[in-house]
Design a protein around this ligand. Structure first.
Ligand code: GTP
Ligand code: MG
Length: 682
């Protein structure tokens, strides 16, 4: 592709609720721009963007894709994001790296949970936006119904700029309020609203600029050029959000959308200098400035290696040059640089401010890192990824594949920031956590395809803990004198509950050499060992102070071993009198649902021993904040999907440990006993 001035670069992301038509829209735009020779279809697996086998099979986008093309003298770099909630991580990364967003909204379904979520994410970056109301070719589409709800949810800064022609009978094109094309063809309700919509446009344009405000107040009107100027200023400042419309599938309204994006959305220069993490450090979005870029994504291909996606913030990068990874401090050698359009890589001679490009074969660079000129280091703000919400314990179907699973998972987490794999030290299980069941299913598919491991999944064990509720005393006189060398150690100790989270404290109050100094650490070791083993149901004991205050020894028979055993037994003896309880992990859960599912969800939370902590409402969407024991949350993902028909989503995060209610604790303890007996038999 030819090189453009930075002022002629537009980079943005397509975002929306799942299935609104982002991939199809990208297809239509690429075709219209002459960057592809045919209009592929998602349902036939023939699009530029959804080229991955997993995507073709499921007919949804799974990863963010880049497209790159020229549009009427502008160089465009767009990130086509997935809409399915499980892949929201890629929306987060894309919005971190771009200068604007095109938000698609369905002409039938209107604002959905995914729209709200993506919108909020764009808000975090104050990203300029335009809206595209898609699927207006569908029978039950309603343009103004959607416009009204957009204005209601996102404010009167959302104003129509194109209107549908023939929507009542047969949708055939769009009319443009500023250029006037197609206005004569409008009929019915849409025709009646032309004047009202023009006034809205004029008003938001006038409000964006002082000189225009004055002119509008004095003369009562603005010229189309003036409106355009005001709109551009408003869009860049986030005070105006123009609404375009059309049908991606029929390639209607897409030219007007792209013209609008190129005219109204900011270039990197409009966005201005970019702040580094270090106070006062910035870079100008100019070709001549020192090179800096942010890596927002990487994809590991088992054959071609690691492909690094980055957005250049400043300067110019040439092939075969040295850069510094300012986040890790590692020096990297850049080989070839390429633009990416779907899976099609084109080598380029230089990448400069505003461009979104890829490089391969960097040894130590991955997502969320900064690359820069080694002589002018700068590091940029990091992406905050969404947290995983579903977890499974994983085991290989074939014995001996543990190593392969670990390697495979390690590689996958190297490219997927929303997948967490760890061995739970409490339950000894290998647990993977992802954004949803589909996310986990795809990870398991990849492990099988790429690394040849078949995996069984199960609901993870809960990492219960144990603690005491009151002070108690413990005693053990450990004595063995049958044959060989004897053993002797006597221990008196007290235990007391500590505040939650304080762990373990050992206090030595032995006086007068009742236990010789050199055996005291052995007593502590014994106590620590007993705490790790657990007393009630085999879970780690926490938040206890143990005070060793007396004991006795034998000149010959006492040893470290005998005091260790005595310590352990005395501790267990004390625990038996200290009202032991089970503790369970409590999660902070944020649930997003359309308001009318409120009753069902609060009902579900009540049945899960959940505590509702707060509620927020934006438009038709409710956010419920709750605290729920993790033991109750393993199947919540499925339940939420079936209650809301896939329109709800949630995130969760560990909060704290809390006492398990007695009835439930009893069951857990009995189950642990049974497990223990079974294990002993084996
Ligand atoms: N009737 C009609 N169908 C459309 C239109 N745009 C997209 N579709 C269909 O809607 C479905 C989803 O389209 P995609 O382009 O995959 O939507 P997406 O937003 O990329 O979906 P995700 O990436 O999974 O979020 C496909 O079957 C498309 O053919 C449109 O304008 N009109
Ligand atoms: Mg898609």
């Amino acid at each position: 592709m030819k090189k453009f001035d930075v002022k002629d670069i537009r980079n943005f992301a397509f975002i929306s609720h799942g299935g609104t038509g982002k991939t199809t829209l990208a297809e239509a735009i690429l075709f219209t721009a002459g960057a592809s020779t045919r209009l592929g279809r998602v349902d036939q697996g023939t699009t530029v963007c959804d080229f991955d086998d997993d995507e073709k099979k499921r007919k949804i986008s799974i990863g963010a894709k880049l497209i790159n093309f020229e549009w009427k003298g502008k160089g465009v770099f767009a990130v086509v994001t997935p809409g399915y909630a499980d892949f929201f991580g890629d929306v987060t990364s894309a919005l971190h790296a771009v200068d604007g967003a095109v938000v698609l909204v369905c002409g039938v379904g209107g604002i959905e949970v995914g729209t709200q979520k993506a919108w909020k994410e764009a808000d975090k970056h104050n990203l300029p936006r335009v809206i595209f109301i898609n699927k207006l070719d569908k029978d039950n589409a309603g343009y103004f119904k959607v416009v009204d709800s957009l204005r209601q949810s996102f404010g009167n800064r959302c104003v129509p700029i194109t209107l549908p022609v023939g929507q009542e009978k047969s949708f055939s094109g769009v009319a443009h309020l500023l250029t006037g094309t197609g206005i004569d063809a409008l009929t019915g309700e849409v025709k009646e609203k032309v004047q009202e919509c023009r006034t809205m446009l004029e008003e938001v344009a006038a409000e964006s600029d002082d000189a225009l405000t004055e002119k509008y107040l004095n003369e009562g009107k603005l010229s189309p050029e003036e409106i355009m100027r005001g709109l551009r200023k408003g869009v860049c400042a986030g005070t105006v959000i123009p609404i375009f419309c059309g049908s991606a599938e029929k390639n209607i309204g897409t030219t007007e959308l792209m013209d609008g994006v190129c005219e109204l959305m900011p270039s990197p220069i409009d966005k201005g200098a970019i702040a580094g993490l270090e106070e006062g450090k910035t870079r100008s979005p100019e070709k001549a400035a020192p090179f800096s870029a942010f890596v927002f994504k990487n994809v590991i291909d088992p054959y071609t290696g690691n492909l690094i996606y980055f957005r250049v913030y400043s300067g110019t990068l040439h092939p075969n040059s040295d850069v510094l990874n300012a986040t890790t401090g590692v020096k990297e050698k850049i080989g070839a640089i390429a633009t990416l359009c779907g899976k099609d890589q084109r080598h380029i001679d230089e990448a400069s401010a505003g461009d979104i490009v890829v490089v391969a074969k960097l040894k130590g660079t991955s997502y969320n890192q900064t690359l820069c000129d080694p002589a002018h280091p700068i590091d940029y703000r990091k992406i905050v990824y969404p947290k995983p919400s579903v977890s499974y314990a994983v085991n290989p179907k074939a014995k001996g594949d543990e190593e392969k699973i670990a390697t495979g998972l390690h590689r996958i987490t190297d490219e997927d920031p929303t997948l967490v794999a760890h061995r739970n030290p409490e339950t000894h299980e290998l647990v993977i956590s992802g954004m949803g069941d589909l996310h986990v299913e795809i990870v398991l598919d990849r492990l099988k395809k790429r690394y040849g491991v078949d995996i069984d999944t199960s609901i993870p064990k809960v990492a219960y803990k144990e603690t005491i509720k009151m002070k108690a005393e413990g005693h053990e006189k450990y004595k063995k004198q049958s044959g060989g060398r004897g053993q002797y150690g006597e221990v008196f100790l007290k235990i007391e509950p500590l505040e939650r989270g304080k762990g373990f404290e050992f206090v030595d109050e032995v006086v007068g050499g009742a236990i010789p100094r050199n055996f005291i650490p052995a007593v502590e070791k014994g106590i620590v060992g007993a705490m790790e083993e657990g007393v009630l149901a085999g879970n780690r004991v926490i938040d206890v102070r143990a005070i060793l205050y007396d004991g006795s020894f034998h000149d010959v028979d006492s040893s470290e071993m005998s005091f260790k055993i005595a310590g352990s037994k005395a501790f267990k003896d004390a625990c038996g009198k200290a009202k032991m309880v089970l503790l369970e992990p409590i999660m902070n859960v944020d649930i997003y649902i359309p308001s009318h599912y409120m009753g069902d969800i609060t009902g579900s939370l009540n049945s899960k021993r959940g505590r509702i902590m707060g509620m927020e409402e934006t438009g038709d969407l409710k956010k419920i904040t709750a605290q729920v024991p993790i033991a109750e949350m393993f199947k919540f993902s499925n339940e939420l999907r079936s209650i809301t028909g896939g329109r709800g989503s949630f995130e969760m995060d560990f909060s704290h440990y809390e006492e398990v209610p007695a009835m439930i604790a009893q069951k857990v303890i009995e189950a642990a006993k049974k497990d223990h007996e079974l294990a002993a038999k084996e």
